[in-house]
Design a protein around this ligand. Sequence first.
Ligand code: NI
Length: 264
Amino acid sequence: MLFDTHCHLDVSRFPEGADAVLKRARAAGVRAVVDVGVGGNERSLAAVELARQRSDVLASVGIDPHEAGSCDSERWNLVESLAVEPEVVAIGETGLDYFYHHSPQALQRQAFARQIALARSTRKPLIIHTRQAAVDTIEILTAERAEDVGGVFHCFTADTALARAALNLGFMVSFSGILTFDSDACLAEAARFVPNDQLVVETDSPYLSPVPVRKLRPCEPAFVAHTATYLAKLRGTPFDEFCALTTANACRLFRVALDKFECE
Ligand code: NI
């Protein structure tokens, strides 16, 4: 049993609909997913609606760093009103991206701090996106006391130093398909470093299909099984044990009971 802790079930990328995609996920052993609805727009609404309809889907809402500079008050209002819904189990993805620079860094930092405050007021964990912004990310999480709610560093691509800082703040670390095709030794080292009780996996679909389905587009939640297989082997953990521990971690992270997913 696997848990895809981060996917974007955007209908524009999955024209056959979420039900078909999730049926294939279930056949691959994936029992639960978090649909990350970023934007404060129809995507955020759709994620919450899907989570209302399906017991194997949980939702997250937020404003990603790329959109931090262009988000108006209407979109913020929608994120903040959806955040209190019971189907919404996390805030994000939010954070800092100094690689793409789609938004000015100062506005990214503001939007990040605002979402940490939202996570604290709703008592929900954060989904963190950070790229080439490790120092500022840790500094803001610390200053805004994100430790009180915790969360996950999603799609982790950095080194052991950042993993250690995330773990010290009580955050989990999530690995995606990037691990299977990025030859960076530092990333592999980080993937071995994270302790068993703070480790989760994800697809970040529709992006980043893992090896050996790298050429298949879009990436979909079923493919998390490939990343799990790779990471279990890298860590020397039997596959079944790896699935059980990462799924238990995901349930603890999102504060849901495992039996919520077992009945269907
Ligand atoms: Ni994402």
